[in-house]
Design a protein around this ligand. Structure first.
Ligand SMILES: [Zn+2]
Length: 314
């Protein structure tokens, strides 16, 4: 008879025999132990490269179309809607290509993305605009706009990303690498960004081309980053034994960064009554590069720590 106290792999729940593969207090079967720690240096280098390329390409494109003003409203809305979708489509294409040796289930990535999009529209923006009616009071002074940005917008978007990941992938055997945390987090962030961008286009009845391109790319870079941060915390909690406040801390960090960013971007890009889109783009790029740089560093540190002799097996 099987020993009821025999440990089980925390990913696939298969019973495992000694010597146990341990990671942060969790037991793994040999396959999932190798899986969770699989390093992906090339993946991250090219992610950072892609962020830089997106920033550069949108800057050049915006510069080229800066004098195009004679488009009618229908054309502007049509172009705007396409613009709102392009950054997300590029990221997804990148994830599918990079992960092609061992593809993440496409359906799950799609479910996370779609859930984040729908929640942002049906819950997030309604709570922000209709319930809290943020726009009517938040611009009253700097402190109330910063407070609203973090405590309302930031937390709502972080909560949406959390639920999109939690519902579809977090507890499934497909979530079996540290990297998955950041990928699914980024996808959830892109879902939020896609809906924010669609609203931005439609609420403005189309957009001026150059500032529109920059705003859309900046929002996508920023939300992808804040989703990645949350995903990092969630992955650490899934694969190592972390205290109960660990994931809530991730939500707080992601929300504060999100709120601080949307507040800063208004402060930074306003030049008197003029708006300086280039400054927004620069800020979005810096935030995305810093965030993903930090995530790459944290992941490598986690790998190095678990791979230290005497740490991996108990
Ligand atoms: Zn397993």
């Amino acid at each position: 008879m099987a020993d009821p106290n025999q440990p089980h792999c925390c990913i696939c729940h298969e019973p495992v025999a000694p010597p146990y593969n341990m990671l942060g207090g969790r037991v793994y079967c040999a396959r999932h132990f190798a899986q969770v720690n699989k390093p992906h240096p090339g993946f991250w280098r090219s992610a950072v490269l892609m962020i830089a390329a997106m920033g550069l390409a949108s800057g050049i494109l915006a510069f080229l179309v800066r004098d195009v003003h004679d488009l009618d409203r229908t054309a502007l809305i049509g172009i705007g809607v396409i613009l709102a979708i392009v950054p997300t489509a590029l990221w997804l294409y990148y994830f599918y290509r990079q992960d092609r040796l061992e593809p993440e289930p496409k359906g799950r990535i799609g479910s996370v993305l779609f859930t984040a999009i729908v929640l942002t529209d049906f819950v997030g923006l309604r709570v922000i605009n209709d319930w809290f009616n943020v726009s009517s009071w938040a611009s009253y002074d700097d402190w109330s706009s910063l407070g609203a940005s973090i405590l309302i917008n930031g937390f709502i978007f972080a909560a949406i990303m959390y639920f999109a990941i939690r519902i579809w992938v977090y507890a499934t055997p497909e979530y079996d690498e540290r990297m998955d945390g950041i990928i699914y987090g980024t996808v959830a962030g892109l879902g939020v960004a896609t809906m924010l961008n669609l609203h931005y286009i439609i609420d403005n009845e189309g957009v001026a081309l150059a500032p529109g391109i920059i705003s859309v790319v900046t929002t996508a870079l920023a939300q992808a980053s804040f989703g990645g941060v949350l995903g990092y915390f969630m992955a650490q909690a899934r694969f190592e034994h972390k205290p109960v406040w660990w994931v809530p801390l991730g939500v707080v960090v992601s929300a504060v960064l999100n709120g601080l960013f949307s507040w800063l971007i208004n402060e930074v890009s306003a030049n008197g009554l003029e708006v300086e889109p280039w400054r927004s783009l620069a800020l979005g790029l810096v935030i995305a590069l810093l965030t993903f740089g930090a995530l790459v560093y944290l992941m490598q540190r986690a790998h190095a720590f678990t791979m230290r002799p005497g740490k991996s097996q108990v």
